[in-house]
Design a protein. Structure first.
Lengths: 486, 251
């Protein structure tokens, strides 16, 4: 009896899943690339192309040396063929002879791409109150509203620009949260990163606009290694959004990014991501390998860093946005929805390291797995000896769709202080055929049924997203699952 | 619609699941304004029959026809059958976490409105409609903000089914053991709701094990189902006889 129904369910799941990826086009533009492969010469060339100061080249070379000695981590619940790091292009930039002064000078072909993606770099974003920095393959293309932001002393630009213009800040903070040798992928990124975003909010300033970065991998052979650094000075506040897409290729592309956030005394940084990298086709061919290190440092007292992520894309996701809660009464938050379908694999979660007294953290993770996919939550809550009065609340919910998907939870807790109050809740549920039939019998179509159940499941997280992102996320999840159940 | 056409005509219906035949040559005709009670021992195929009528994908119809108001519905999707007017009150209503009853009811209501090209209602308009229905079967408005059937008692779940039936106002209601697990008071309220819903242009199939429901809802016919077919049909008195004698004597 069950077999029969499973068959029916799975056929319909397949239908839903087969929804095509709508960002899968690529753009033909003149590119400036460095030959495949990685060695000291390539790193020197990258640094030279970007006219970087000496200290950065040293930073890169140090990272490269560390990376050479490291091994790709294998503890994650992910299976993929060995990546050939010599078969990747580490620098690919749209060719432009001179430095661009305004968006009008950007290659029209490129602007068309962003139009297709629904990103307008111009006035429209102003209405939405979002300043945007766009990174295409490895290079930042344009940052909007810089002048507007500068009035408040906010710096928002590409990291390449920051390296040249705000050398002191870069020297002080780059690698201060994620040290070059932190892990295999962060070492790789530190050695070869080509661009990314930089953001500095001065003391007592509440950033007047939401800041946003948009990442796009275009080149088939290129890896994207971007680096984001956000510094929030005392009593400042900023909302940061990040979005990503890539064209559809049969080969796997590597993406290894780093995001570092520093929040000083009483500063608040809210970082939201909607990740929609190409996930590969329904047979698991192609797609982005996404190995990202995101970490926030709450160095000042009462500082707060909040990560919200909606992960729907990538063939492989390896990502643990974390908070180092050093300041007393500092707060870390992690809200996540991770959806996997077909042959996608996600191993994602967070680390909350409590050092400050009375520091607090909250973790809410929702994993949805459909098709043949694998979805794991991995969490680490650590309370150090001197951290008195720490509070943590963690909740991990998994939702399975169909009968072939897989969901795991690996919560790890280490408490060294007896005054800690910690709660951990977990649940696993399933969208089954009987639930769907219940909707259908009442005249509600399959897509709507799934949408309702998914958005119900994710409600706690979506309420944390900025409004325009919440709508997008809701739509995205439904789209991703279209045809996948029934 | 042709006046003479029966609401439901089931002809030589054979159904199997994983190649195990469950229904074997089932025949049944139900006219407008009739209430048919189907009784019979456990495992005789009553629930299967109700799900097949609603179009559950797990079952395979290997032979026969199901005509609803004269047209064959076997190729129709469950939601289409629902729109056309087939309602199934489930024996075990399933819990759906994260979705509120209110959203669910409104969506169901609007889906049907849309199907008939009627205007859909917004949440505020809907509240008015649903409150009236809630009153008619003595349900608290607090039900609306709870998730569908989540943490509902057995009685509350059954009551929720009846609420949906009244809201969608379907022509053919199939009630699969709606009386099971209800206390006397709940049974009375639900029966009131069902009688209120019933009229001369509707039909009801009552699947039940107990005579007591039939004290409140008068069936036009009583059928006994065994081994996947109807082996005996009679008037309301048949149910009383079954209550006394059980099913053995029919063999």
């Amino acid at each position: 009896m069950i077999n029969q129904s499973n068959k029916v369910l799975n056929t319909n799941i397949t239908k839903l899943v087969n929804q095509t990826y709508q960002y899968g086009f690529s753009t033909n533009i003149d590119k400036d690339i460095i030959e495949k492969g990685l060695n000291i010469e390539v790193i020197k060339l990258i640094s030279q192309k970007k006219q970087e100061p000496e200290f950065l080249l040293e930073f890169r070379l140090k990272a490269y040396k560390r990376w050479k000695k490291m091994l790709q981590p294998e503890w994650a619940c992910l299976k993929f063929p060995q990546i050939n790091y010599q078969d990747i292009v580490y620098y690919s930039a749209p060719k432009s002879q001179k430095k661009l002064n305004s968006l009008e000078e950007v290659d029209p072909e490129l602007l068309k791409t962003f139009e297709k993606l629904g990103i307008s770099l111009t006035e429209q974003k102003r209405l939405a109150n979002v300043a945007i920095d766009v990174v295409f393959d490895s290079v930042s293309i344009g940052t909007t509203f810089q002048d507007e932001l500068r009035k408040d002393g906010v710096i928002f630009c590409s990291i390449s620009e920051a390296i040249l213009e705000y050398k002191n800040l870069i020297e002080k903070y780059l690698g201060s949260v994620v040290p070059v040798g932190d892990n295999y992928f962060s070492a790789l990124n530190s050695a070869v990163f080509t661009d990314g975003s930089f953001c500095y909010i001065p003391q007592n300033v509440v950033c007047p606009l939401d800041l946003s970065t948009y990442f796009r991998i275009n080149d088939q052979m290129a890896g994207q290694f971007e680096r984001t650094l956000i510094i929030a000075e005392k009593n400042s506040k900023v909302n940061y959004l990040e979005g990503c897409t890539a064209p559809q290729y049969d080969t796997n592309q590597l993406h290894a990014a780093i995001v570092e956030i520093v929040a000083l005394e009483n500063a608040t940084v809210k970082y939201s991501t909607v990740q929609n990298w190409y996930a590969g086709n329904k047979f698991g061919k192609g797609g982005i390998y996404n190995f990202v290190t995101k970490r926030g440092l709450c160095s000042g007292s009462k500082s707060k860093i909040s990560w919200t992520q909606v992960e729907t894309g990538s063939a492989i996701t390896w990502k643990y946005p974390s908070c180092l809660l050093i300041g007393d009464q500092s707060q870390g938050e992690f809200y996540s929805v991770a959806l996997t379908n077909n042959y996608q694999q996600a191993d994602t979660g967070t680390k909350m390291i409590h050092v400050g007294k009375k520091s607090k953290s909250q973790v809410i993770s929702k994993g949805i797995s459909a098709g043949q996919s694998k979805n794991s939550y991995r969490g680490f809550i650590k309370v150090t000896k001197k951290a008195v009065g720490v509070r943590n609340y963690s909740q991990c919910d998994s939702l399975l769709i169909g009968n072939s998907s897989n969901s795991n939870t690996f919560p790890f807790i280490s408490i060294q202080n007896s005054t800690t109050k910690l709660e951990h809740e977990a649940s696993t549920s399933k969208i089954g055929e009987e639930q769907i039939f219940y909707f259908l019998q009442r005249g509600i179509c399959l897509e709507k049924a799934i949408e309702l159940m998914i958005s119900g499941f994710c409600r706690d997280i979506f309420t944390k997203l900025p409004l325009e992102f919440a709508v997008e996320a809701d739509k995205l999840l439904t789209l991703k699952l279209e045809g996948s159940v029934g | 619609m042709n006046e003479n056409l029966p609401m439901l005509e089931v002809k030589n219906l054979q159904v199997s699941i994983n190649e195990n035949p469950i229904l074997k040559n089932l025949n049944l005709t139900i006219n407008e304004g009739e209430i048919h009670a189907i009784m019979g021992p456990n495992g005789s195929g009553k629930s299967t029959f109700s799900k097949v009528l609603a179009g559950h994908p797990a079952y395979t119809v290997t032979n026969g026809e199901i005509l609803f108001k004269g047209s064959n519905i076997l190729s129709l999707e469950p939601e289409e059958r629902s729109h056309l007017g087939i309602f199934l009150a489930f024996q075990y209503p399933i819990e759906i976490p994260g979705v509120t009853n209110e959203d669910f009811l409104r969506l169901a209501y609007n889906a049907k409105q849309k199907f008939y090209n009627k205007p859909t209602v917004d949440p505020i308009e809907f509240l008015k409609i649903i409150h009236e229905k809630l009153n008619s079967i003595n349900m608290s408005p607090l039900f609306l903000s709870r998730n569908i059937n989540e943490g509902f008692s057995g009685g509350e779940k059954k009551r929720n089914e009846i609420l949906q039936m009244i809201l969608l106002d379907s022509e053919l209601a199939i009630l699969d053991e709606t009386d099971s697990g209800l206390d006397i008071d709940a049974l009375k309220t639900i029966s009131l709701g069902i009688n209120d819903f019933m009229n001369s242009s509707k039909s009801i199939i009552l699947i039940t094990h107990y005579q007591r429901l039939l004290d409140y809802i008068k069936p036009t016919y009583v059928h006994v189902m065994q081994h996947g077919k109807i082996i005996k049909t009679g008037s309301a008195e048949l149910a009383e006889e079954l209550e006394k004698k059980g099913y053995e004597w029919l063999k």
